[in-house]
Design a protein around this ligand. Structure first.
Ligand SMILES: [Cu+2]
Length: 335
């Protein structure tokens, strides 16, 4: 049974839960999407996993807010629960298989059921991911309602530079990749000349938290030369495709954006770190395991290629062990 209510466009509220802390045992059990990665322009089946009820009480209702660009949503009926959709205007008019679509489901609400605190459950819907979402990360603010009013709000978003792993109740996020299309990733700027002077320090990646398809590598680039250089590409056998990414804050939502190059100023350094610039590894062939390592080839516009060994730290690692730096003089020139 579905009712439609027209409301104004929802905005993702910044966390109101920042002052609360949870026992450490809850930190590993966040609300999350079973599939955390999808492709722009595709239909996405969302399975929202709720790890527990309320503290000592059952969860009796649940809402999921749909971010901008997630359109034409339809919930799956759930035995024992009443499912309602809340309609509102989209931020723009989308093309839905040739039909202009300017409003639709902005929130899905399940009520009338019961999720005991020591059980978990799944809430399912599907929606189309608009092409606009390519190379972004979107958040699905999710709230569990409790009989005593102490709702569990999975709505926190990382502030600029903040590690999402530090959040107590992070909003479940979905990483949306562009349709597979390698055009525009040209290497026209490649120089054969070795300007040298590039030093790669402390590369590290984080262990995969479950069967995810993406990972990231972080490292420090120092330029001991007299000219700026640019990191323009990277390769690693552990993933189908690597991209240079940065993090941007747009309308309160943290998004990852593909960038063409990362500049290392002459005589300076550039740090790739969690919450900032990073090397995105899309389509991991296997989850990254703590303690393992993998080769990563960095391609610089002037210095050529440098291959380093990337150690895999824990899921929340903030830095490498610092014992594996590599000097550009050992790198091989491209072509
Ligand atoms: Cu990224």
């Amino acid at each position: 049974m579905t009712t439609k209510t027209l409301i104004a466009a929802l905005t993702l509220a910044a966390s109101t839960m920042a002052g609360l802390s949870l026992p450490a045992s809850d930190a590993a059990a966040h609300a999350s999407l079973e599939t955390g990665q999808a492709t722009a322009g595709s239909m996405y089946k969302a399975v929202m996993r709720i790890p527990h009820g309320c503290e000592g009480q059952p969860t009796i209702a649940l809402t999921i807010d749909l971010p901008e660009g997630v359109i034409a949503a339809k919930p799956m009926p759930k035995p024992g629960w009443k499912v309602e959709t809340v309609w509102g205007a989209y931020g723009k008019t989308y093309d839905y298989y040739g039909t202009p679509m300017s409003e639709g489901v902005r929130q899905i609400r399940w009520s009338g059921g019961s999720l005991p605190d020591d059980f978990f459950d799944e809430f399912v819907f599907r929606a189309r991911l608009s092409a606009d979402l390519a190379d972004t990360t979107v958040a699905f603010a999710t709230t569990q309602f409790c009989p005593d009013g102490a709702d569990v709000a999975w709505t926190e978003l990382a502030a600029p530079g903040q590690d999402p792993h530090d959040l107590t109740r992070p909003a479940p996020i979905l990483t949306v990749a562009a349709k597979q299309d390698m055009t525009g990733h040209g290497h026209a700027g490649m120089q054969v000349a070795q300007a040298g002077g590039i030093v790669v320090e402390a590369p590290f990646a984080r262990a995969s938290a479950g069967p995810v398809k993406n990972g990231a590598t972080y490292l420090t680039l120092k330029n001991e030369g007299g000219e700026p250089d640019r990191l323009i590409a990277a390769r690693a056998p552990v993933a189908d495709r690597l991209e240079l990414h940065t993090h941007l804050h747009e309308n309160g939502v943290m998004k990852m954006r593909h960038i063409d190059a990362i500049v290392i100023p002459a005589g300076g350094m550039t740090m790739l770190k969690p919450g900032g610039d990073h090397i995105m590894m899309m389509g991991l062939k296997a989850p990254l395991k703590e303690g393992n390592s993998f080769p990563l080839t960095l391609v610089f516009e002037k210095a050529g290629e440098i291959t380093v060994d990337v150690g895999i730290g824990g899921a929340g690692a903030m830095q490498g062990r610092g014992d594996n730096s590599h000097h550009g003089t050992h790198g091989q020139k491209k072509h």
